[in-house]
Ligand binder design. Structure first.
Ligand code: ADP
Ligand code: MG
Length: 339
């Protein structure tokens, strides 16, 4: 007799969770991205104790059909893609169908959702992957997911968690960047009862920037925009005098997704070139748009790393757009160079 067998669903989910759910901020990321994909105009995030006791995300999006609510927690179950072709034209933030089952494998989850305005919806309670409750309940349109006692059944992972301050730091960092990516969504973030972020959802990215970095910083930012056949770009960049000691002030958004990119960072730094003092970095918020086929987001479960198929062209386009924006305001000659 052979010795190879397929792992049961529960165990497979727990293994996937190791990759998808690294820490509380990963849960926040997955839930908030689902809320964005659902077309929400408001997203409220409530965190207790750095996310280790509670992460709750409430949205007013399209909701989950009562008949689908268990399916949403199945591995590789998604409403977002259906064929191999879809992989090369991904327009949503999610598509892997891994987040909800992974989260539910390592926490106690309550999901209340309704796709209608009838006031009725479905409530699902799932703990360590086991469904405890699936019943009708009163619910507004949208989805409300509460994740309690994250890692309660994976003690090794729990032990690895840093301080509450560190975890909420990661969460706030992610939410801030998502808010910059989606200025049209009104977002609130609360931690242990205190308000950490409130954006108005007016669509004004500079207003969102001000909510995060303060109005003083926002006032000095320069607008940047550009367009070539393959790409378009808009956003704000800081004047060379307004620098920071690290790259954390750079937020890159590609097709609505907050990403990290060495290539784009390089293009930005190249555009500032000698205008920046050594080891100083600008503040930048860039929203870059391109056809989904020019972008591979299926590189890592977190989808934070992406690959561009025309990397050189993209780099040149970004460098030029930023140089132009800087050039436009360089009417007062500054100090020649710091290098
Ligand atoms: P993915 O986002 O990759 O599809 P998830 O496990 O994150 O996978 O979610 C599974 C499915 O559950 C989604 O495809 C979607 O249909 C549904 N879903 C999850 N969260 C929400 C939400 N906030 N609003 C509406 N539908 C949701
Ligand atoms: Mg998802």
């Amino acid at each position: 007799m052979g010795k190879i067998h397929v792992l049961d669903e529960q165990l497979a989910n727990q293994i996937a969770a190791g990759e998808v759910v690294e820490r509380p901020s990963s849960v926040v990321k997955e839930l908030v991205e689902n809320a964005v994909d659902a077309g929400s105009s408001t997203i409220d995030i409530v965190i207790e104790e750095g996310g280790l006791t509670l992460i709750r995300v409430t949205d007013n999006g399209s909701g989950i059909d009562g008949d689908d609510i268990e399916m949403a927690f199945f591995r590789h179950a998604t409403s977002k893609i259906s064929s191999g072709k879809d992989l090369f034209r991904i327009a949503s933030l999610g598509f892997r169908g891994e987040a909800l089952p992974s989260i539910a494998a390592v926490a106690r989850v309550t999901c209340i959702s309704s796709p209608e305005t009838s006031g009725l919806g479905r409530k699902l309670v799932i703990e360590g992957g086991a469904i405890r409750v699936n019943e009708e309940t009163s619910a507004p349109q949208g989805t409300d997911i509460a994740v309690r006692e994250l890692f309660y059944n994976t003690p090794a992972r729990l032990k690895y968690m840093k301080t509450i301050q560190t975890e909420i730091g990661h969460i706030a960092d992610y939410v801030n960047r998502l808010a910059l990516a989606h200025p049209g969504i009104a977002i609130t973030l609360k931690h242990n009862g205190g308000l950490l972020l409130r954006t108005l959802g007016s669509g004004d990215r500079l207003q969102t920037f001000a909510a995060i970095y303060g109005t003083t910083s926002a006032k000095t930012m320069l607008p940047v925009e550009g367009e070539v056949p393959d790409y378009d770009l808009r956003g704000y960049i800081s004047k060379p005098e307004q620098t920071r000691a690290n790259r954390n002030g750079i937020t890159l958004v590609v097709n609505g997704r907050y990403i990290r990119s060495f290539v784009i960072n390089q293009a930005i730094m190249q555009a500032y070139h000698t205008l920046l003092p050594i080891n100083r970095f600008p503040m930048v918020v860039l929203e870059i748009g391109m056809h989904p086929s020019l972008l591979d987001v299926n590189v890592h479960p977190s989808k934070m790393e992406v690959r561009f198929s025309k990397e050189v062209e993209l780099r040149e386009f970004i460098e030029k757009s930023i140089s132009d924006a800087l050039g436009k305001q360089r009417h007062i000659p500054g100090p020649a160079s710091s290098e």
